[in-house]
Design a protein around this ligand. Structure first.
Ligand code: ADP
Ligand code: MG
Ligand code: MG
Length: 658
């Protein structure tokens, strides 16, 4: 070999390695940032962030246009999907019969993430921080795919995650997938105990100490103070109290302390932690292409209120039974950064828009061109941004969607991220996108990745047991297959979806409310709607609606499913079917019943330390399978612990790309 050639080869090799190391560095930096292990730099102050609002928006839009140009024709991706479950670390003090939240997420998370750091390709679980210092979020190590048999391993993976996290707990601590800690914000609700600092710190709350916010990443505290600063005052959450025979109105004296803000007949809360400190169950699906992603986004939107009502699990706030069953409006108000002018409390003089909803709310428009006629509520948007998107080649409904997301300011910006390469980075777009917390999220592929166009389904409340969480997840994934295979039309005027969102949160909504629903889902032009019960929507009724479960059954009957998967799926469907028919109750109703039947309950809507302790102890017993709960779960369910996929009889759920 001549020397020149050898040198050239060596040089090439070095270059290759350099490229490889560079890639590795960038990859891991990204991974660690996602894991919350690295800070993304130094958070800017609110004044600095505010001054850069236009900068972020303008570059964010350019980034979206570039990304869209590169990826709009991407096609042939297969179904992949994954769940996200959030958990609260609860600490039981059996001697004093008290339960508190344990602020140890920042001790536990680095341990939970060790395996991922060492071998990211081969882990069974991924762990991320969440808003509360007492919260953790777990997802499967890898997304599931298009095999029906994957429905048979979801629950086992959830169990694995719970067991894995449980090994790191101290005496008295447990991991619970409860939507809300019932006495969040009550005196002494944390371990170690901290006192709230009204008027001071980032939250300034009467109830929620800053120490309740996850300390391991600056994002959470930055968001908290920036949202408050942007709004110009503390966030205000007023939930109507449940009126029992001895319920005291006014509830307490906060309506005097916070005149015009706290309502006397409501449970008043004043911190982001009351909402973002709640747990939920989310799902992400990969579509074969952008058209399918837009279809799924649209068709699943009307299902959001339905699934919210079916998964209702949070009737108690700050130690009181309330008149709502769900967390949604609480989170919505807990991050509502609109100014008084934007909210319409004051005339619009210096702000740009009157905005109807919080940045955490249900979606405002459908994305597919054929569904434009159902966009019947105002879609506030920045006309200049809309024009730029149109010039950039983006069609009307998608441009409207992005221009609507972009009415919001960035509420969390890191100095290192200010200057970006708009043809390769997407951080500014993601900055706005990821702080629009809506019922559905349309997720473009990350730059230079094997991941395709995805849609996230975000309304469900976290369920107590892995069995229930698996059931809700499988039900929704199966519905996506049914929608695509039979080309079903669920879309209806967005105003009706909004109306359903409010009904879904009312006490006992699952069995007592009626919801707007399309009469004929098989013909897209028959725009007739009726108000139906969840039983009619989910289980069907002759002459009214075929029912979501019968539609799924028809889909499944055309597939050959192995016996074991079949058995799991049937149990999951049975749970949903029984919840919708009222044969068994939602977690929200179960909790209400537990409280109102507790010997210490004074018919005054108050959930005392002792009631809270007994409630959570019992719930934990149900979660571990030690206490039967036929009214919540039905009589029998086989616990799925096997994570192997049977080799035979596995059928793919993928379809040809449109
Ligand atoms: P976000 O922060 O946007 O909610 P996360 O990264 O926390 O997203 O969760 C992503 C979810 O998407 C997980 O459930 C994961 O399993 C799933 N997922 C990962 N890759 C894909 C993919 N290619 N297609 C669909 N789902 C995916
Ligand atoms: Mg997540
Ligand atoms: Mg998510």
């Amino acid at each position: 070999m001549n020397i020149a050639f050898a040198l050239k080869k060596l040089h090439l090799k070095c270059n290759l390695f350099e490229g490889f190391y560079k890639f590795r560095e960038v990859f891991f930096k990204h991974q660690f940032a996602k894991m919350g292990l690295l800070t993304e730099g130094s958070p800017l102050s609110w004044e600095e962030t505010k001054a850069l609002a236009e900068h972020v928006r303008q570059h964010g839009v350019e980034q979206f246009i570039n990304l869209y140009r590169k990826l709009r024709d991407r096609t042939g991706d297969v179904l992949k999907w994954g769940d996200e479950v959030e958990y609260i670390i609860v600490k039981f003090d059996d001697d004093n019969q008290r339960a508190t939240v344990s602020l140890r997420a920042d001790e536990i998370l680095p341990e939970l993430q060790k395996k991922e750091v060492e071998d990211p390709e081969n882990v069974k679980s991924l762990w991320r921080p969440e808003y509360g210092a007492y919260m953790i979020e777990g997802t499967p190590g890898k997304p599931y795919g298009g095999l029906l048999a994957h429905f048979n391993i979801v629950e086992a993976n959830m169990k694995f995650r719970r067991a894995e996290a449980s090994t790191l707990l101290k005496d008295g601590e447990v991991i619970m997938s409860i939507t809300n800690f019932p006495r969040l914000g009550c005196p002494g609700f944390t371990t170690p105990p901290y006192v709230a600092t009204p008027g001071k710190g980032v939250t300034m709350s009467h109830f929620f100490p800053d120490d309740g916010i996850y300390p391991g990443h600056p994002r959470f505290k930055t968001l908290t103070s920036n949202i408050r600063n942007r709004r110009g005052e503390k966030v205000a959450i007023n939930l109507p109290i449940y009126r029992d025979t001895n319920t005291k109105i006014p509830v307490d004296n906060y309506h005097e302390l916070e005149k015009g803000v706290a309502r006397p007949d409501c449970v008043y809360m004043d911190a982001m932690g009351f909402g973002m400190g709640c747990c939920c169950l989310q799902l992400t699906f990969q579509a074969c292409c952008i058209i399918e992603a837009r279809t799924l986004y649209d068709q699943l939107a009307p299902l959001c209120p339905i699934m919210l009502a079916l998964s209702a699990a949070s009737p108690i706030y700050r130690g009181y039974l309330t008149d709502v069953d769900c967390r949604w409006n609480v989170i919505s108000a807990s991050v509502d950064d609109r100014t008084r002018q934007e909210r319409g409390v004051e005339p619009l003089t210096h702000d740009k828009f009157r905005i109807q909803k919080s940045r955490y709310d249900s979606i405002d428009s459908y994305l597919s061109p054929e569904h434009e006629k159902y966009n019947d509520i105002p879609i506030v948007h920045d006309p200049a941004i809309y024009r730029r998107l149109r010039e950039g080649g983006i069609d009307h409904p998608l441009a409207l969607h992005v221009a609507h997301l972009f009415i919001r300011d960035s509420v969390s910006l890191f100095s290192e991220k200010v200057n970006q390469d708009d043809s390769n980075d997407t951080d500014h777009f993601e900055n706005i996108q990821s702080t629009n917390w809506q019922t559905m999220r349309f997720k473009p592929p990350p730059p230079n990745s094997p991941i395709g166009w995805r849609v996230e389904f975000r309304p469900c409340e976290a369920q107590l047991t892995d069995f229930e969480n698996a059931a809700y997840v499988c039900f929704v994934v199966l519905l996506t297959r049914v929608i695509l295979s039979y080309r079903l039309t669920f879309v209806m005027p967005i105003s009706k979806v909004d109306e359903n969102m409010q009904r879904a949160q009312k006490r006992g909504a699952c069995t007592q409310q009626r919801f707007w629903w399309r009469r004929d889902v098989r013909s897209p032009d028959a725009d007739h709607y009726a108000e139906m019960s969840l039983d009619e929507i989910v289980n069907g009724k002759d002459g009214v609606f075929p029912g979501l479960i019968p539609l799924i059954e028809t889909y499944l009957s055309g597939m050959d499913v192995d016996a074991d998967t079949h058995c799991s799926v049937q149990q999951y469907l049975k749970l949903i079917q029984r919840r919708a028919s009222g044969e068994i109750s939602t977690m929200a109703t179960w909790m209400r019943d537990f409280v109102t039947k507790h010997p210490q309950y004074q018919k005054d809507s108050v959930v005392t330390e002792r009631i809270n302790y007994d409630l959570l102890k019992t719930a934990h017993g149900i979660q571990t399978g030690n206490i039967p709960a036929p009214t919540l779960l039905g009589s029998s369910n086989i616990s799925k612990t096997n994570e192997d996929i049977p080799k035979a009889f596995t059928k793919m759920m993928n379809r040809d790309c449109p």
